[in-house]
Design a protein. Structure first.
Length: 64
C-alpha cells in the first residue's frame, strides 16, 4: 500500500510541476486568456491538496 501511495504522490507532484510550468509559460505569452490562468491556478491548488492528503495517508500507513 505504501508503494502505491508513494507512486501516486510522485505522479501528483510531477503534475503540479507541469501545471506550474504551463502557467509560467502562459504568463510570458502576451495574448493569454485570463480564464486560462485562473483554470491553471485552480488545478494547481487541487493537485497540491491531493499531494497533502497523500502525504497524510503515507504518514498514517507508516506506523507498524
Amino acid at each position: 500500500m505504501r508503494i502505491f501511495l508513494t507512486v501516486l504522490l510522485l505522479v501528483d507532484m510531477a503534475a503540479v510541476v507541469v501545471v506550474m510550468l504551463v502557467g509560467a509559460i502562459g504568463i510570458v505569452n502576451i495574448n493569454r486568456d485570463p480564464k486560462t490562468s485562473n483554470r491553471l491556478m485552480r488545478w494547481r491548488v487541487m493537485l497540491q491538496a491531493v499531494a497533502i492528503g497523500l502525504v497524510g495517508l503515507l504518514m498514517l500507513t507508516g506506523r507498524s
